[in-house]
Write a protein that binds this ligand. Structure first.
Ligand code: GUN
Ligand code: ZN
Length: 433
């Protein structure tokens, strides 16, 4: 018989999508809950006494903090970890000045392996249990990423960047090599353990029409893979796409032309969308990865989160490191709040937290696996110290509801609040006392 492990403590989870049923109905919070885990999956969750009685003989450990769904970061670039916080540019200059030179290093498997280790240390200390990463054009960067994720028991999505033009010579593949390498990597990694391959053309300006077509062919061959790229992040970028693809109606129309629009497509940013583009996202079920710290840092603009969700466009929060400035989903939720405020919308803490967990998982098409604490899902969770700094401790004295507690954490907390990160029922990170 399989062993059951029980984590006991205050616990939060979601009863549904707050954008559909409202914040109050969407949050389930219980002061004394238990999470029963068997074979890496959640067997049961509910009031502690009921769960403990249902599993006599199970080992029960006191969590010592708030048990919450592990965070999900649905768009980031692990190879950009070393150039996070690079000064003074907007998207296109930032790519040329900082990003491409760093990505060029990933042809060296040792460099890639070390970078992957550093990245996963950051991810897990921030309580992020699943991320979807762009790698670089080098297959070695993908191998390093998935190998490190497997070593740690973490669900991970990612793929080889396809890029055959408008990039330095040493960072270009070709339509054929990009396709061949990506296919070999998908065959090697997709569905192996907790790895999921993502078809990853970088963005329209760095792929020829032939390469975008090859990416469309590849996605058709691996339809249960995520297809990730970038969309409408920056005005100069959008104008450039218009020059490069004059026969397409708009930026999204480029991806649509090459078979890269549909359910399972996840577009980073989606800030300056036309009505037609929003309609096409809504009609096809493609999603947006909202990257608010990146959008603020690179001066890109403000995504219309409420408007997109009102059209039922799948949307999740993402760090977009290294354009994004933090691995912390607390910082990311805070930035999402501030970005929405600039558009006159005050997202509730429940909406923000959902976007950083179940919303991001659903945008990646893995809402049935991770993103919430519910029976049958993988046991990916985080244990949070709600008094991780003197200021937060002081602020907690005035918090009158769980909603106020969560909001103050969103604004004030960071990795110091993450006591424990649990992936597949195993503790993969524990903060030193
Ligand atoms: N657009 C194309 N590549 C990138 C990237 O690496 N980061 C961001 N933020 N936008 C991009
Ligand atoms: Zn990105």
């Amino acid at each position: 018989m399989s062993e059951t492990t029980i984590f006991r403590g205050p616990l939060m989870r979601f009863a549904g999508d707050p954008f559909e049923i409202g914040a109050e109905a969407a949050l389930i919070y219980d002061e004394d809950s238990a999470l029963a885990v068997e074979n890496g999956l959640i067997a049961a969750v509910g009031p502690a006494e009921t769960i403990i009685a249902a599993y006599p003989g199970a080992g029960v450990s006191s969590a010592g903090g708030l048990i919450a769904p592990g965070f999900v970061d649905c768009h980031m670039h692990y190879p950009q970890t070393a150039v996070i916080a690079s000064y003074g540019t907007q998207l296109l200059d930032w790519l040329n000045t900082y990003t491409f030179p760093e990505e060029a290093r990933f042809g060296d498997p040792d460099y890639a392996a070390k970078a992957a280790r550093i990245y996963f240390d950051q991810q897990l200390m921030n309580g992020t249990t699943t991320a979807c990463s762009f790698c670089t054009i080098h297959p070695a960067s993908v191998d390093a990423y998935f190998a490190e994720a497997a070593r740690r028991g973490v669900r991970a999505l990612g793929g080889k960047v396809m890029m055959d033009r408008n990039a330095p010579e040493n960072l270009r593949d070709t339509p054929q090599s990009g396709y061949d390498d990506s296919k070999a990597l998908a065959e090697k990694w997709h569905g192996k353990g907790r790895a999921q391959y993502a078809v990853t053309p970088r963005f329209a300006p760095t792929s020829s029409p032939e390469q975008l077509e090859a990416a469309g062919t590849l996605w058709a061959e691996f339809p249960d893979c995520v297809m990730q790229t970038h969309l409408s992040e920056n005005h100069a970028e959008i104008a450039w796409v218009g020059e490069l693809f004059p026969d397409c109606p708009d930026y999204l129309g480029v991806y649509e032309k090459f078979g890269l629009l549909g359910r399972g497509a996840l577009f980073g940013h989606g800030i300056h969308l036309t009505q037609r583009e929003i309609d096409r996202l809504a009609e096809t079920g493609a999603g947006i990865a909202h990257c608010p710290t990146s959008n603020q840092f690179l001066g890109s603009g403000e995504c219309d989160v409420a408007g997109l969700r009102a059209r039922n466009v799948p949307l999740g929060l993402a760090t977009d490191v290294g354009g994004g400035t933090s691995f912390s989903m607390f910082r990311t939720m805070k930035a999402a709040y501030e970005v929405a405020q600039r558009r006159g919308v005050s997202l509730s803490p429940v909406h923000l937290w959902w976007l950083a967990t179940e919303g991001a998982a659903k945008a990646l098409g893995i809402g049935g696996k991770v993103g919430n604490l519910a029976p049958g899902l993988e046991a990916d969770a985080v244990v949070l110290n709600l008094r991780s700094t003197p200021l937060i401790t002081h602020r907690m004295e005035r918090a009158r509801s769980i909603s106020e507690v969560l909001f103050a954490q969103i604004v004030l907390a960071d990795d110091r609040a993450v006591m424990q990160t649990i992936c597949g029922g195993k503790t993969v990170y524990c903060r030193e006392a």
